[in-house]
Design a protein. Structure first.
Length: 544
């Protein structure tokens, strides 16, 4: 005699799912023992056989029904509250930026009895739970530069919890992310238009306004700002004074522009509603951001972590939901092979006085042609062999080699002129992406900061190092300074390690909850929006 708990049944079925579709007999064999101590069953009802055959190729449903003794749950009066709860939950899908048609609401409403109705409700339920707890799209299918791994709960277990819940609707509504950023994005999508200027106000003429300038164009500028909560009192309404400049800076910060207080053409186009960060374009950014947040639903964003938002050109350290550090960053160029990718990892080391091991792609694509023309080019870099020995250049005939067979590496010694600066932050990954200092400090003053080969250059690297080391030292500044003053490469182990998230949000709330908007520098939003449009058209497909 055998005892199979519902959990064990689901686990066994989940394992079997990896090998391919589950046979109806396998579902029956495991589903037959739903927690009771009994002899293996030899006979099954026709309805049990039909249900087993129907769910055999659907892993989530096979695991659930296998652990549920092949009993339907959406039938009759007892299933009515589950059907109603599911119908109400999917009706609210647009509040999450998801197409309602994906969940076949009309078909759900019409299906009340029989095996087809059971399967339809179960399939839609599994789809809804998957979407809310890990996103409706596969992030790695959306972009080849998106390497995010979604951490999902076990869907069959969520189905069981839903069935047993005293309030099944509340249970379903709780499955969406509860992170404050997700809730703020939802509010912005479904509430009043955020920072929307009334259409009947005169347009502000494009110009460049600085403190002390005077002209009739200041009047509509003041009026548009005042209409959305950025009023500025002044003695002369035609003068672009300090108070108006401060109001402009607050507005610029709110919509993701450089907050310099100068009302140039870009700022005025935003105020006039002529750019993508207003109207429908703003909503589309929020919809993409909501999907990105669902991809991260399995991450612990309340723990201490590093958050690098690529289109914002900003890195933060978040601790307990509070920002404790912020700095400007430079990210990868918009070229397909230089974009900074999206993924999460764990930061392990602060490396002080780092050597720069030039990536092979840069060595053979950019440096080898120069060495062929002049072996003494790039004199600040050493040429090293596979054992790390520096090889004199007069011993190498660079003309013999191509990108495919070049046998050497290139390396730069530590120092102020090192391409990595004086500190880098390591979270080992297959794409060789990390955060680092840079000698090119002037780039941090630019509004758009996409200049690197993919790694993230940090504007205030020493302060970031001390912030990270503060978790393990009462005097992190002294710890860092000792390593720096040694002049030698030093690897400082972070204890504990902390998560680092390289993310791509073109809409995200600031510390006040106001949504800020950023340029889609790599064009990644469109791929998400196209994907969401496609799954709306695919609303009849079966859930896996």
């Amino acid at each position: 005699m055998l005892r199979f708990s519902g959990f064990l049944a689901a686990s066994l079925l989940s394992v079997l799912c990896l090998a391919g579709p589950i046979s109806a007999q396998t579902v029956i064999q495991i589903g037959a023992g739903s927690g009771a101590l009994l002899a293996p069953r030899l006979k099954f009802t026709r309805d049990e056989m039909k249900l087993a055959e129907a769910v055999a190729a659907r892993p989530h449903l096979a695991a659930f029904y296998g652990g549920n003794g092949l009993k339907p749950v959406f039938q009759g009066e007892s299933g009515e509250r589950l059907r109603n709860a599911l119908g109400e939950a999917v009706s609210q899908a647009p509040r999450h930026g998801l197409p309602r048609s994906r969940y076949r609401p009309e078909a759900l409403k019409a299906a009340t009895a029989g095996l087809e109705a059971e399967l339809l409700h179960a399939e839609v339920l599994a789809r809804y739970l998957e979407d809310m707890t890990g996103g409706a799209l596969d992030p790695q299918a959306v972009s080849r530069q998106n390497h995010r791994r979604v951490v999902r709960p076990v869907i069959s277990e969520l189905i069981a919890q839903f069935v047993q819940s005293a309030d099944p609707l509340a249970f379903l509504l709780r499955q969406a992310p509860r992170h404050p950023a997700y809730l703020a994005l939802q509010q912005a999508l479904n509430g009043p238009a955020d920072i929307s200027v009334p259409a009947d106000l005169p347009r502000a003429p494009e110009a460049v306004w600085r403190v002390g300038m005077r002209g009739a164009g200041v009047l509509p500028l003041r009026a548009r700002l005042a209409s959305i909560g950025f009023a500025a009192e002044g003695d002369d309404p035609l003068v672009y004074d300090a108070a108006l400049s401060a109001a402009v800076a607050r507005y610029q910060s709110a919509v993701g522009l450089a907050a310099d207080g100068i009302a140039g053409p870009r700022t005025i186009r935003h105020l006039n509603g002529d750019v993508d960060a207003s109207g429908d374009g703003r909503s589309r950014k929020i919809i993409a951001a909501l999907e990105r947040m669902r991809w991260m639903a399995g991450e612990d964003l309340d723990s201490r972590h590093v958050w690098v938002n690529i289109p914002e050109f900003t890195a933060r350290v978040i601790d307990g939901g509070t920002e404790v550090f912020r700095t400007r960053v430079v990210v990868g160029k918009s070229d397909d092979d230089m974009q900074t990718p999206e993924f999460s990892d764990r930061m392990e080391y602060v490396v002080v006085n780092p050597r720069w091991n030039v990536p092979r792609s840069i060595t053979v694509r950019e440096y080898l042609p120069r060495l062929k023309d002049n072996r003494n080019a790039l004199s600040h870099l050493d040429v090293v062999d596979g054992r790390g020995r520096v090889i004199p250049r007069d011993q190498i005939d660079f003309s013999r080699y191509t990108a495919a067979n070049f046998p050497y590496r290139m390396r730069q010694q530590p120092g102020n002129s090192n391409a990595l600066g004086l500190v880098k932050f390591i979270f080992p990954n297959r794409w060789n992406i990390y955060l680092h200092d840079t000698p090119s400090k002037h780039l941090f003053g630019n509004r758009v900061r996409a200049y690197s080969h993919g790694c993230v250059r940090v504007g205030d690297p020493f302060d970031l190092a001390e912030t990270l080391l503060s978790a393990q030292s009462s005097n992190p500044g002294a710890l860092f300074r000792r390593a720096l003053d040694s002049g030698q490469e030093k690897w400082l182990k972070l204890t504990p390690e902390l998560p680092v998230h390289l993310v791509y949000f073109t809409a995200y709330p600031d510390e006040t909850g106001r949504i800020r908007y950023f340029d889609d520098i790599y064009g990644r939003d469109d791929a998400i929006l196209r994907g969401l449009d496609a799954i709306a058209l695919d609303s009849g497909a079966e859930s896996e």
